[in-house]
Design a protein around this ligand. Sequence first.
Ligand SMILES: Cc1cc2nc3c(=O)[nH]c(=O)nc-3n(C[C@H](O)[C@H](O)[C@H](O)COP(=O)(O)O)c2cc1C
Length: 326
Amino acid sequence: MIEKPTFMIGPVPIFGDLILAPMDGITDLPFRGLCRRLGSAISVTEFINTLDVLENHPRYPKRHAYEPSHRPLSLQLLGDQPEQFLSAALQLVPQVQPDIIDINLGCQSKNVINRGAGAALMKQPETIAEIFRVMTGNFPQPITGKIRLGWDEDALNYLEVAQAIQESGGAMLAVHGRTRKQAYRGQARWEPIREIKAALTIPVISNGDVRTVADIEHIQQLSGCDAVMSGRAAIGNPWLFQRLDRHEVPAQMVHETILEHLNAMVSFYGGSGVITFRKFLKAYLSEYDLSRETLLMLLAINTTQNLIDGIGEVFDAYIYPVQSLR
Ligand SMILES: Cc1cc2nc3c(=O)[nH]c(=O)nc-3n(C[C@H](O)[C@H](O)[C@H](O)COP(=O)(O)O)c2cc1C
């Protein structure tokens, strides 16, 4: 029997309604691959800075690396001018061959907005429309956007921007329910996403503060969205894509996944993968009541085999015994 897609992004069928949100410094090949295996329906890259592409900066090719099993791949671009998106994409798209191209309209960091990119574009719906017209006119891939609710409380122009994107050929919209000014503070608002969904015919993805299985159901009910994106909660709980809350994941599974993720990091980055893995290890272990000394001991290890051994010792001494008492 042919499985029916959950929804379509242009011509691309999407199977599943839960997606790992793109995160700079986090959603690299190893983590995207792990989350895709656990059920994330799309692999979205960290943002790729159009200026890096145009300057052939050595840092960017690793950011869009992927394996065939990670498809559908969405290549996220961050820039400010329509021509800049076009030039960077003309260089990158034939090489990367993504299934989807995503435009970052939500990044709030100072250096990004100071150059008029990311969330700063929310202040210029006409420029956003032009970016979508130019990109849809030049690439067969569907062009999607990821927005915030607006610049600040006085400029909640999410409906205007959403409509501009749809009218200019956008094939899907992901919405983080905060303004640029809020950054990551306060609670994300999910009700405005319902207004966007009601106003558009293209798929809408809800995002912001989805941490648990109950949150997934709640945001779906409240917003009527086609899919849900989760970011920070997935660091430490990639099993959310299997619809498991963190406390439901057996210690054995956590241990195995930590080793799988660590090995993938070392294969991808070489020896420095052990260091880059620390932020994930800390998040995986935050569920357990480990002493500060134990955690610091693990986080100071800088060779792969020593870290594998250290993790094994910590699970044997502190985590498996407690789990078996539950
Ligand atoms: C460390 C970090 C890096 C991020 N990088 C990106 C990015 O590259 N592109 C993007 O569209 N959003 C980025 N975001 C925003 C997330 O995709 C998401 O919208 C936000 O974290 C809210 O979702 P959450 O509450 O599930 O984390 C980033 C967020 C964090 C915390």
